[in-house]
Design a protein. Sequence first.
Length: 314
Amino acid sequence: MAGTAFAQDDKTTIGVVVKIGGIPWFNAMEAGIKERAETLGVEAFMVGPTSSDPALQVRAVEDLIAQGVDVIGVVPNDAAVLEPVLARAKEQGIHVISHESPDQENVDWNFELASAKGFGEAYGKQLGEMLGGKGKYAVFVGGLTVPLHNAWADAAIAYIEENYPDMEVVGDRYGVAEDVDASRRTALDLMRAHEDLKGFLAFGSQGPIGAARAVEERRKGGEILVMGPFSPGQGRQLMHDGILTGGYMWNPKQAGEVFVTLGNMIANGEPIESGMEIEGLGVVEPDAENKDIIVDQLVEINPDTVDDLAALGL
């Protein structure tokens, strides 16, 4: 066992630090963590900081090191800021798993339920098709230091540039999409500055909600498209009202389960090998050099699927 706080018990202990607590996406992830822990007979819990300040994640990881958990999971707000504290965890013999952070330093493995390229291109294709290949659009990400959100944005923009040359992205990308109020304010500002704006691509679970509320306030539903990964329970009414256009997601509850499954495997010394089937991931082809396990399990969010997804607690 790593450390001493849990040493009286032979159960594997797993603490998962997410981007921010109290929002539907991570509530669903927590449910997955708890359910899978019960199934496997391990101790696993989630830590949700009160804001997306990377320093709070560092502090949470430091607390888990002090507690002596066996495995630390993390969904980084700032990959680089976490590198030193994750290195300290590994020095203490603690295993580290990340999610939404490809090529993260100082981890045993990072896992993704969607490839960055496939996810971003799906959005670029959908927006381009729905706008008929013409019009201005804006891009939100959860933060300018969140590698995965920016990789999605890169892929979406590149796809649009190649396939829809008459479309134009306005301004820089805006790092507001983990904050519903900041997303709403930024969307209102952009609609004022660009009267001919036709769409928002918002990568970060609060971005589509905030942008949609702004579009609703301006009574532009159907005129300005809003796309991005969002919690179906939080966004379904906006979707049925024709304000939120749609998007793709993966199941955060499933991601929570995978944190526990992978964490337990690693803690027990089980190797992660090409061609093996891991519950929640399917058959994997791990990238051992970059410590990435990436699968594509996209779920489309549209008016026909949103209620069923919301009923799952998402």
